[in-house]
Design a protein around this ligand. Structure first.
Ligand code: G3H
Ligand code: 13P
Ligand code: ZN
Length: 326
């Protein structure tokens, strides 16, 4: 028996209209990763509270963790929950860092409204070939596709890189026209995870390469650009984690002013995973440190979820600029 579902039946939308408005309005759509119920609730409630459109994104590993069938109904539940809260915000369900045509197809057939094919580890021609294959299938179903050119440092769903390989602006036009992608992730100095830079005390983190971004904007005017690895690694959560038994002294991320600047450019989607993980972990550590005999998951996941709502609201209002744009 084939069991396929279109995202349209789940109440989801693709990213086309979101990006069109974000480009015109000088803001970016937040793309928050999730893999469990509390994360999903926290993201939705934060976006409802701030009236923001949202891209819910799931890596291949997260999809396995949550279970593909469960995920489909979680996304449908998220749409209903937002409406019940009185806010009909646009919600997309997106595959993050898809590494094969088969995975992208499986997501498209199971309710995703948008997929990323990350072929950035392949040579240009091979990257373009697989991405085109995904675009051809996705566009038949009105699903949008994100490609990637240039490699970020850090870990991308089990693939790890020591150094970044900045996107070459001269390759962007050809990649976009060859593949037909709807948006493109680029490498301009961000990286995945909570340890983005090695900085000595008193040193500043190196600024993002806005010169490369500007060159890309000139070559593909009005084309939606995506920034991965864009967590700020919020210092108050690192301090809390360290205070309550954790050990993350060297964690450092992208300063929020730089992300705000990127959001007002052609960057239409900003990916945030680590900041959500840190917010929840910080609160859970605090609860356990203060209540060592606590063992009801609601007593630690509940406060963690509340903190995530606050973090998402803050990001949408002060960093992405997406608050009130639903
Ligand atoms: O870019 C990677 C995302 O943060 C997803 O992480 O592969 O551990 O689910 P994950
Ligand atoms: P962070 O690790 O900076 O949150 O990046 C997340 C990301 O790019 C997901 O694709
Ligand atoms: Zn990423």
């Amino acid at each position: 028996m084939t069991d396929t579902t279109s995202y349209k039946d789940l109440g989801l939308v693709n990213t086309k209209e979101m990006f069109r408005k974000a480009m015109a309005g000088g803001y970016a759509i937040p793309a928050y990763n999730f893999n469990n119920m509390e994360q999903l609730q926290g993201i939705i409630l934060g976006c409802v509270a701030s009236g923001s459109p949202v891209i819910l994104q799931v890596s291949g590993g997260a999809r396995k963790y949550a279970n593909p069938t469960m995920l489909r109904y979680m996304a449908a539940g998220a749409v209903r929950m937002a409406r019940a809260e009185g806010a009909d915000i646009p919600i997309a369900l997106h595959l993050d860092h898809g590494d094969s045509f088969e995975l992208a197809k499986s997501c498209i057939d199971n309710g995703f409204s948008s997929v990323m094919l990350d072929g950035s580890h392949h040579p240009f021609e091979e990257n373009a070939r697989i991405t085109r294959q995904v675009v051809d299938y996705a566009h038949q179903k009105d699903v949008t596709v994100e490609g990637e050119l240039g490699v970020l440092a850090g870990v991308e769903d089990e693939v790890s890189h020591e150094v970044s390989n900045y996107t070459k602006p001269e390759e962007v036009e050809e990649f976009v026209s060859k593949t037909g992608v709807d948006s493109l992730a680029i490498s301009i100095g961000t990286s995945h995870g909570a340890f983005k830079f090695k900085v000595k005390p008193g040193e500043e983190v190196p600024p993002l390469r806005f010169d490369i971004l500007e060159e890309i904007e000139k070559r593909v005017p009005g084309f939606p650009i995506v920034l991965h690895g864009a967590s700020a690694v919020i210092p108050k959560y690192i301090a809390m984690i360290n205070r309550y038994g954790g050990k993350m002294d060297d964690a450092v991320g992208i300063p929020e002013e730089q992300l705000r600047k990127a959001a007002s450019s052609a960057v239409c989607k900003i990916n945030i995973d680590s900041d959500g993980r840190l917010a929840m972990t910080a609160v859970i550590r605090k609860v356990f440190a203060e209540n060592p005999s606590e063992f009801d998951p609601r007593k630690y996941l509940g406060p963690a979820r509340e903190e995530l709502v606050k973090m998402v609201t803050h990001k949408n209002e002060k960093v992405l600029g997406s608050a009130g744009k639903a």
